[in-house]
Design a protein around this ligand. Structure first.
Ligand SMILES: [Zn+2]
Length: 362
């Protein structure tokens, strides 16, 4: 049955989007405005409202100085090897360039907030987040996808915190001074390289002290366990999927899923279609049922308190059935059809993220 049209969409708080990059980069965003409905990309404010998106982690990803081309699905950098494929890791970024680029994208986020007339707020604590979710203000968490802009002596970390930074992914899929990310490989274990450096371990401790989320998405398995053994906060993986179902280096093994659950943390399920495709194929569409399959597996394995959404809107290719952020209610309808009750759906949609952020932020 189609969902009743009179029901407002369920509020969703989401673990990852790259919308700031699209707004910053003419190459990606083609000059679109966040406040005007467009067909470009996955998200703007009118479409977020329609889909029920109430907030999320707004990521700052620093592309290679040469552009965005590598690491993405149709990139020529991908090589097929028998029944799998692999993408070489991008080289490390120049720290000064990362600082400059990050600063510019931070200004994009605060520019959005300032221009929104109160409709968008960069949230700094759990009460602000709760207030936004209750009142319909779009809540944005400032997140770094990769810690390249952080000095290795952490001397600028508190400055970013004061600006509003509340979440850091230690790595993207490249090495940096703190650790090493996984390549986009299939089939492949996530155990693809060395663990955290001593600076990486210091970063985890400093984030714990300040109350900044440490996001383990894109990190390789040794780095994951180093962080898991050190951190005093719930484990967070903002956008990933199930390795048992799609054995890709980017996805989490059952042991990793169990560790996140045991820490009272959360995994945001990515909507990236090639991370949930059973075949692992980079090509072609994937039914939204595959995303549902991964979610149900996580719910069964980890418990319903430890699963959320991590769309990767504007950062990847998503199932055509979802289309863009306006397709969120379709995913929730499919989960309801699969037997999840309203209480479980609310946990997945926003309550689990809200709990973990309250437990992590000071
Ligand atoms: Zn990502």
């Amino acid at each position: 049955m189609p969902s009743p049209t009179h029901r407002p969409p369920m509020p969703v708080f989401d673990g990852h989007n790259d919308t700031l990059l699209n707004l910053h980069s003419p190459e990606r965003g083609k000059g679109r405005s966040f406040f005007t409905r467009s067909e470009i990309g996955h998200m703007d404010l009118p479409r977020a409202r329609q889909g029920g998106l109430a907030g999320g982690f707004f990521g700052i990803f620093v592309p290679a100085p040469t552009g965005f081309a590598t690491g993405i699905a149709d990139s020529p950098a991908i090589t097929y090897t028998g029944n799998g494929y692999s993408v070489a890791l991008e080289p490390p970024l120049e720290p000064a360039y990362a600082v400059e680029y990050t600063g510019a994208v931070i200004q994009v986020l605060f520019g959005l907030e300032a221009a929104s007339g109160g409709e968008v707020k960069v949230v700094r604590d759990a009460d602000q987040l709760h207030q936004c979710l209750a009142s319909g203000v779009l809540a944005a968490v400032l997140h770094f996808e990769g810690a390249e802009a952080i000095h290795t002596d952490l001397s600028n970390l508190e400055g970013y915190y004061q600006q509003g930074l509340r979440s850091i992914g230690i790595t993207w899929s490249r090495p940096n001074a703190f650790g090493s990310g996984v390549p986009f490989s299939y089939p492949s274990s996530p155990d693809t390289g060395p663990g955290l450096t001593s600076a990486g371990k210091d970063l985890v401790r400093a984030c714990n002290r300040l109350g900044i989320v440490v996001d383990l998405a894109h990190l390789n398995e040794k780095g994951f366990w180093d962080a898991a053994n050190l951190t005093t906060a719930p484990l967070v993986v903002t956008h990933s999927a199930v390795h048992t179902l799609t054995p890709k280096s980017r996805n989490l093994t059952d042991r990793q899923l169990d560790a996140v659950a045991a820490s009272n943390g959360v995994v945001g399920i990515t909507f990236a279609r090639y991370d949930v495709a059973t075949s692992g194929s980079l090509k072609g569409d994937v039914p939204l049922a595959e995303t549902v399959h991964h979610i149900l597996y996580m719910v069964q394995r980890m418990g319903v308190d430890h699963v959320g959404f991590g769309s990767d809107f504007d950062g990847t290719q998503i199932p055509e059935e979802m289309g863009d952020v306006t397709g969120l209610p379709r995913l929730i309808d499919l989960l309801r059809d699969a037997g999840l009750d309203e209480a479980a759906l609310r946990k997945l949609a926003h309550e689990n993220w809200e709990r973990v952020l309250r437990d992590t932020w000071k």
